[in-house]
Design a protein around this ligand. Structure first.
Ligand SMILES: Cc1cc2nc3c(=O)[nH]c(=O)nc-3n(C[C@H](O)[C@H](O)[C@H](O)COP(=O)(O)OP(=O)(O)OC[C@H]3O[C@@H](n4cnc5c(N)ncnc54)[C@H](O)[C@@H]3O)c2cc1C
Length: 463
């Protein structure tokens, strides 16, 4: 048996770094902490990107790491980032890579950082062995731990349809399966016909980067709707909605429809009302049964993704420019098959349409986490109500097949969405990290309860 670690964090992105910061600040011994992941600590899929055109989709006061100092990033950014394009009428929208640099600097400056053990690998299995957690890594190591936190984030996108290729070398340049880091962008020549599968924020990031590098070819967006998320407006919460009692999914949708003003979704008025609705939605979600959550997600899921994740004004401006040049078009439908030949890419849609291009970029969003699947197969965990990840309780404890909580295994980050609601943005994850650090270190000398949650909520209002 190799060294026993007291607490292991599985994953090395934003959630892992922020959890480590909060644990150390609450007195957790740094030499009892191990972080496993193959990347650069704190950056992960969102902030480890290469492209300077991938921006945060929220203004500078919203990515909060410390509840006692919500404007820490805004101040750091002002002092440390040189970005002539940052200012817009809706606030300052910084580059994601600069936010990654901020998190990296925070964690490396933390007292005790040097004593944290880092293992540059990935965990492929987690099992119980004599009361400890046994972690198998992809490079053949076994690690034993008393406690473990799963912080594996959003799994990178995988092709949503069947793929046929004549030549794998051609396919590797013509077909971009995971575009999140943006490394592929510099190899695109200006006249290429680009096909984007999916019409969300990743597609918009790509469009912004292509516009900035002077792209002249046609960009076709394949998706079920010919709509992009709106631009961020300078919204501000003015009042609290008076939610009705005994909400059902249908009543919730009705109330939200009535509450939202008859104004464009790009307006400050509409977005302020939308943001007034949001802070209560996680509690409401958690009170719904699994069946109600599935039905709400089916009804509202697409509209939620569209309006919840609005884009930075810089990104939308670039898109508007290409649109004005007639360089972007939508092809409504779902991809059934992609063929890659020597001369072109052909996408076959479910409605019979065929789209051709020189390169295809997969912007269809989060893939399946095979590591979480292993936990279900090994009967360590159960699927969450949406079947997207594994189930946790409100204290972030992973649930066993008998619905009881593991008191030595937690999960935080976007994979908790099916159980807890909208936990995707950086500040929602920071709130979970702070809550978890309180629990693990016992810094409150009592269990973390609703009162403490309310106090954290009052800072992390922007979730
Ligand atoms: C492209 C993109 C852009 C985004 N932009 C924004 C934004 O502008 N604003 C915002 O608030 N939120 C944004 N988000 C939301 C994002 O969910 C959070 O902000 C945050 O980055 C998630 O942190 P995380 O630690 O959970 O995941 P990540 O930071 O991605 O970290 C997970 C890490 O764990 C590693 N890992 C995965 N599986 C294993 C394993 N089995 N063993 C070991 N390591 C593993 C991964 O390689 C990764 O490095 C974005 C997300 C994406 C994907």
């Amino acid at each position: 048996m190799q060294d026993k670690n007291r607490l292991v964090i599985i994953g090395d992105g934003f959630a892992a770094a922020v959890t480590a910061i909060h644990l150390l600040r609450k007195g957790f011994a740094a030499d009892s902490l191990t972080i496993i992941g193959a990347g650069s600590l704190g950056k992960g899929n969102a902030y480890g990107c290469a492209s300077p055109f991938f921006r945060l989709n929220v203004r500078e006061d919203l990515p909060i790491v410390f509840s006692e100092d919500p404007l820490h990033f805004a101040r750091w950014a002002k002092a440390n980032i040189d970005d002539p394009e940052v200012k817009t009428s809706a606030g300052f929208f910084y580059r994601r890579a600069d936010f990654g640099r901020y998190i990296s600097e925070l964690i490396t400056a933390e007292e005790g950082f040097d004593q944290i053990q880092r293992i540059q690998s990935k965990v492929c299995a987690l099992n119980q062995a004599n009361g400890l957690w046994k972690l198998d890594t992809t490079d053949g190591r076994f690690i034993y731990a008393e406690k473990a936190i799963i912080a594996t984030g959003n799994s990178p996108p995988t092709w949503p349809c069947s793929i046929h290729t004549e030549n794998s070398e051609q396919a590797s340049t013509r077909m971009i399966e995971n575009p999140w880091a943006g490394h592929y962008l510099s190899s695109i020549s200006a006249e290429e016909r680009i096909v984007l599968l999916g019409g969300g924020l990743t597609a918009l990031d790509t469009i912004y980067a292509l516009a900035a590098q002077g792209h002249r070819g046609l960009i076709t967006i394949v998706g079920p709707r010919s709509l992009f998320p709106p631009t961020q407006a300078p919204w501000a919460r003015q009042k609290q909605p008076n939610w009705p009692d005994k909400l059902s999914p249908a009543k919730l949708v009705r109330f939200m429809r009535q509450y939202l003003p008859p104004a464009p979704t790009t307006s400050t008025e509409w977005q302020s009302a939308w943001e007034e609705l949001r802070p209560n939605l996680n509690t409401i979600w958690q009170e719904f049964t699994p069946h109600q959550r599935q039905s709400l997600f089916k009804r509202l899921g697409w509209a939620w993704s569209l309006y919840r994740f609005r884009a930075s004004p810089q990104t939308i401006k670039a898109y508007e420019q290409l649109k004005a040049n007639h360089q972007v078009q939508f092809a409504v439908g779902r991809a059934k098959q992609v063929e890659c030949s020597e001369s072109a890419i052909t996408v076959q849609l479910n409605n019979g349409k065929r789209i051709q291009g020189d390169r295809i970029i997969n912007c269809t969003g989060v893939g399946k986490d095979v590591f979480l699947n292993q936990l279900v197969t090994a009967a360590i965990a159960i699927p969450d109500p949406l079947g997207h990840a594994i189930a946790v309780n409100t204290n972030l404890n992973v649930l066993k097949p008998d619905q009881q909580a593991w008191n030595t295994l937690w999960m935080l980050g976007p994979a908790t969405m099916g159980s807890l609601g909208d936990v995707i943005a950086a500040s929602a994850i920071s709130k979970q990290a702070e809550q978890l650090a309180y629990q693990i270190t016992g810094a409150l000398n009592k269990p973390f309860g609703r009162e403490e949650e309310k106090a954290l909520n009052s800072t992390y209002l922007d979730l």
